[in-house]
Design a protein around this ligand. Structure first.
Ligand SMILES: Nc1nc2c(c(=O)[nH]1)N[C@H]1C(S)=C(S)[C@@H](COP(=O)(O)OP(=O)(O)OC[C@H]3O[C@@H](n4cnc5c(=O)[nH]c(N)nc54)[C@H](O)[C@@H]3O)O[C@H]1N2
Ligand SMILES: Nc1nc2c(c(=O)[nH]1)N[C@H]1C(S)=C(S)[C@@H](COP(=O)(O)OP(=O)(O)OC[C@H]3O[C@@H](n4cnc5c(=O)[nH]c(N)nc54)[C@H](O)[C@@H]3O)O[C@H]1N2
Ligand code: SF4
Ligand SMILES: [Mo]
Length: 868
């Protein structure tokens, strides 16, 4: 695309290159960048739909103080004053910043410099604490630094790829596609998925180990014993490692029983791992988000160190980062216990070097508060002034209701956001309008340490300004020198120069040869940058960043999550087409079609025991809070271990906020919360009625349960409540403001009501109420919204298409809008491969994100045939 801006996707840590072509009307046409090494032109469905998320209507366009628009100068002065006052009165540790792995490196650098060098407190933590902290801590224990040894190429060159605690097919789709393509080219390559759930990632895997929740350290400890017992440890590498004996002794306590695995599957896995030199173990939140996450990371690293399978082509442990700049944040020292450029906060020589470089008046000399503790300090008044940037903690922190209350009660809270009404923004005293992706410039680092540029392709709307600018302005207004950059290029140059100082102190993060680079033209670049290492891996030679240069194996006592009798362990995570709190992805009707409502995926045995039927509402309670969730019954989850996605908020489904249920329990070493195993009880929610509303205007119903999703031309809202509504017409008229319904059907005695509302001859709303879950063809109805007055053929109140037009069913392929029923019909008629579905229906032929689900439908059909 000539004229397209070369930039990077703002979602996951794969870091795909994107070509963004402005359409001249404020929109962007998006394609994958064929020249970016991470994706070579591929994009997943979220990346492909980026153009649908850049609309600026509803954006925060000006600073707000106490809810009223205010000039930038006034808002910045207020933040500077409140921070300065708190520091003067209560000391530097009375202020805090809570930032994000979605910040650009330049934003991160400025925030870190302000807090750690000038405020003199390390009370700056990031949502990466909820995400990567256990990996960081595990790396530092084993390697002496937080260094990811491998490259994406290793995943393609491996003979065995083990994915544990990672739903790569949905969360790092392009990387998953790269692995599947490598396997297609080299069918001997093996893929093993370790996950208590049978996820989309299991499609295409050779083996799925449905491990008991939290039992990974048992599994990898058993592996370590097996490696020793079968003499598969590396005699040449072990001299570069300390702690083998202690690690092995601790590992002996692990039991096969704790893993819950079929003994034959377990044996297959142990033999496969032991016997395959080129093995990569990929891990993510199923490992990190645990109260023993750091130990789990080290249990994995121990096995790679014992076999010397690290830092060489096709092998190594691989922690995949979640957010687009999670890795950049680690490099820049965004966590409360790190300094910039892989330097250590607690090392006086490191502190001195950075202080000199920054010409900083007051260096923090001890770690600051980690996220969970930071919000506890907000709660009990130790933090007097808090600045939250590019994250939505009122939704995503564990014990979220408590965190929201703490933010609300804090003396002073500033929030930098792109929307005025996120759950966190609503609690702010000052709101600062940030430029969004597509409007700002900077760099991000992906999971394999590749630094790429994000470039602006659109003007920022209203008075929105980049986050770095706002932070630097506040720093200047607090009277600090060294914050007068004119653009992100200048910040990057300073940062690169600092990394040279770090390099001289022995840090592996030295990108100083980029200090003079042409920032505008900067092509994606892997570090390390040394001539011998350019684009290289780490640790293959057996040199580590510990004082004696040797890696450390760590003795790991394998633990299991606790639960009381009658409790279930709630597993939480992501869905394919939404990003976190959905503030961007929910703008795209295409992305809202895949899974439009919060849900609880529950095993059939649990459902039977709780008398829950499909599409009922479940009430989920924990000591922290409550949620109401639609029940999805499936044997993809294990009994006692339901799953719920994390994406819904006060704006989209107030009772679907999953972190309201999660305890603020975290790993003692990394401080990372245990977000994958919340002890909960599940009961049936006794709804008196269920409703489904289609509307061209976004409305908020007054009922116990509602969930709102965008459609083309409007919204759909699922609803329910335990108290009956005496007069449905009145209820609907008050909610919609459209006057009397133009059509009505129903049977009040049976509790069934259907109403359509037209405005200027077009269908403006339709309401369906029933005593149980509303059964309708939702995709068909969605297509009628905004359409002309019904003819006999498409009467909206029929709720389903006429007999001659088959219902496509819920959308599986969001790009080409192909529904489940259409796909199943094609499979029934003999289409028996994902490729063939692509040829006949188009399904899966664009971004490929749905291909694992297509494969699951085909294999499900095969299983059914075999059973008949
Ligand atoms: N579509 C989409 N993609 C995303 C994101 C998004 O919001 N949406 N967010 C990005 C971010 S920030 C992150 S951190 C990554 C997260 O990427 P992932 O970590 O892959 O995603 P999750 O869904 O959080 O959890 C991964 C898996 O861990 C499993 N699991 C739970 N408990 C255990 C256990 O005890 N052992 C094992 N082995 N597995 C367990 C869960 O069943 C789940 O399938 O995704 C990134 N990509
Ligand atoms: N139970 C449970 N909880 C979890 C997890 C889990 O698996 N289970 N996962 C955890 C993980 S790994 C993560 S990473 C977190 C993610 O959680 P969050 O980071 O809290 O979620 P986001 O929705 O990504 O929040 C980003 C916010 O920044 C705003 N924003 C967008 N662009 C800009 C910009 O350019 N500048 C500014 N200033 N703001 C912007 C968005 O509108 C949005 O409100 O959730 C964590 N919470
Ligand atoms: S895999 Fe998808 S979400 Fe992740 S960077 Fe690539 S396009 Fe973006
Ligand atoms: Mo994350």
């Amino acid at each position: 695309m000539s004229g397209a801006v070369r930039t990077t996707c703002p979602y996951c840590g794969v870091g795909c290159g994107v070509l963004a072509m402005p359409d001249g009307k404020g929109g962007l046409a998006i394609t994958g960048d064929p020249d970016h090494p991470a994706n070579r032109g591929r994009l997943c469905v979220k990346g492909a739909a980026l153009g649908e998320t850049v609309d600026t209507s509803g954006r925060l366009l000006a600073p707000r103080i106490g809810g009223a628009d205010a000039p930038w100068g006034q808002a910045l002065d207020l933040i500077a004053d409140r921070f300065t006052d708190a520091i003067a009165q209560y000391g530097p540790d009375s202020v805090a910043m809570y930032v994000s792995g979605q910040l650009l490196t330049e934003d991160y650098y400025v925030a870190n410099k302000l807090m750690k060098g000038f405020v003199g407190s390390a009370n700056i933590d990031t949502n990466s604490r909820l995400c990567m902290a256990s990996s960081v801590a595990g790396h530092r224990r084993a390697f002496g630094s937080d260094t990811v040894p491998g490259l994406y190429d290793d995943l393609e060159q491996a003979d065995l790829v083990v994915l544990t605690g990672s739903n790569l097919a949905w969360c790092h789709p392009v990387l998953h596609q790269r692995i599947l393509a490598a396997k297609a080219a080299r069918p001997d390559m093996k893929i093993v998925v370790i996950d208590p759930r049978r996820t989309a990632t299991c499609e295409g895997a050779d083996l799925h180990l449905d491990i008991a929740p939290g039992a990974d350290a048992h599994l990898f400890n058993l592996l370590l014993c097996h490696l020793f017992d079968t003499e598969q440890t590396s005699a040449t590498f072990l001299p570069h490692v300390t702690g083998f004996d202690a690690a092995l002794t601790a590992a002996r306590a692990a039991t096969a029983q704790a893993t819950g695995l079929d003994p034959a599957d377990l044996a297959t896995f142990l033999d496969l791992w032991a016997g395959t030199e080129k093995t990569v173990t990929v891990y993510s939140q199923g490992i990190n988000q645990s109260d023993s996450g750091t130990d789990k990371v080290n249990a994995i690293l121990n096995c790679h160190l014992a076999t010397g399978r690290i830092g060489r082509p096709g092998m190594g442990p691989f922690s995949v980062t979640g957010q687009p700049n999670a890795m950049g944040g680690r490099e820049v020292g965004g966590l409360a216990n790190m300094l910039a450029c892989h330097l250590e906060l607690e090392n006086p020589a490191h502190r001195r070097a950075v202080q000199t470089f920054w010409n900083a008046p007051r260096m923090a000399d001890r770690p600051g508060l980690k996220a969970v503790d930071m919000f506890r300090a907000v709660e009990d008044g130790r933090i007097k002034a808090l600045w939250i940037i590019h994250t939505n903690p009122a939704v995503t922190m564990p014990d979220a209701d408590r965190v929201a209350r703490a933010i609300k009660a804090c003396d002073f809270v500033a929030v930098s956001e792109v929307w005025p009404d996120t759950d966190t923004a609503r609690l702010a005293d000052v709101l600062l309008p940030a430029s969004a992706w597509g409007e700002k410039d900077g760099t991000v680092t992906n999971s394999e340490r590749m630094i790429s540029r994000q470039r602006a392709a659109l003007p920022a709307p209203g008075q929105a300004r980049p986050d770095w600018w706002a932070i630097a302005q506040v720093a200047r207004r607090m009277g600090f020198q060294g914050f007068d950059w004119q653009d992100p290029a200048a910040i990057f140059a300073e940062y690169a120069a600092l990394s040279g100082v770090a390099g001289a102190l022995g840090s592996d993060f030295d990108i100083s040869d980029l200090a003079g680079a042409d920032y505008g033209a900067l092509a994606p670049v892997l570090w390390p940058q040394g001539p011998a290492q350019r684009g290289g891996r780490f640790f293959g030679t057996g040199r580590f960043h510990t004082p004696d240069g040797r890696a450390r194996m760590v003795p790991v006592t394998a633990a299991l999550p606790a639960r009381a009798p009658g409790q279930m362990l709630l597993n939480t995570g992501r869905i394919r087409d939404q990003w976190h709190t959905m503030t961007r992805t929910a703008l795209s009707p295409r992305l809202s079609r895949h899974l439009a409502e919060p849900y609880l995926e529950l095993h059939p045995d649990d459902a039977a025991h709780l008398t829950l039927a499909p599409a009922d509402l479940a009430q989920v309670d924990s000591p922290q809070g409550r949620a109401l969730l639609r029940v999805l019954i499936s044997d993809r989850v294990a009994p006692g271990h339901p799953f719920a996605p994390i994406h819904w908020t006060g704006q989209t489904a107030p009772t679907g906020r999953i972190d309201a249920l999660v305890p603020g329990l975290s790993d003692p070493i990394s401080g990372q919360p245990a977000s994958k195993s919340a002890p909960v009880t599940v009961t049936r929610y006794g709804a008196a009625w269920h409703g489904y509303l289609l509307t061209t205007r976004s409305v908020t119903p007054d009922c116990a349960y509602w969930a709102r999703a965008r459609l083309r031309g409007g919204w759909q809202i699922e609803m329910a409540d335990a108290s009956p509504v005496p007069d449905w017409q009145l209820w609907a008229e008050e909610l919609l403001g459209l006057g009397a319904p133009s059509m009505q059907l129903g049977d009040a005695r049976r509790g069934v009501h259907r109403m359509a509302f037209h405005h200027q001859g077009r269908l403006a709303a339709a309401l369906f109420v029933a005593p149980g879950p509303v059964l309708l063809s939702r995709d068909h109805l969605a297509g009628l919204l905004g359409g002309p007055m019904a003819d006999a053929d498409s009467h909206p109140l029929a709720g389903r298409p006429p007999a001659d037009r088959p219902d496509p069913g819920p959308v599986i392929c969001a790009c080409l809008n192909v529904g489940r029923t259409t796909i199943l019909n094609a499979i029934l008629q003999g289409t028996d491969s994902v490729e063939a579905l692509g040829t006949t229906l188009g399904a899966g032929s664009n971004c490929g994100s749905c291909r694992p689900e297509l494969a699951a439908l085909i294999s499900g059909h095969r299983r059914q045939l075999a059973a008949e």
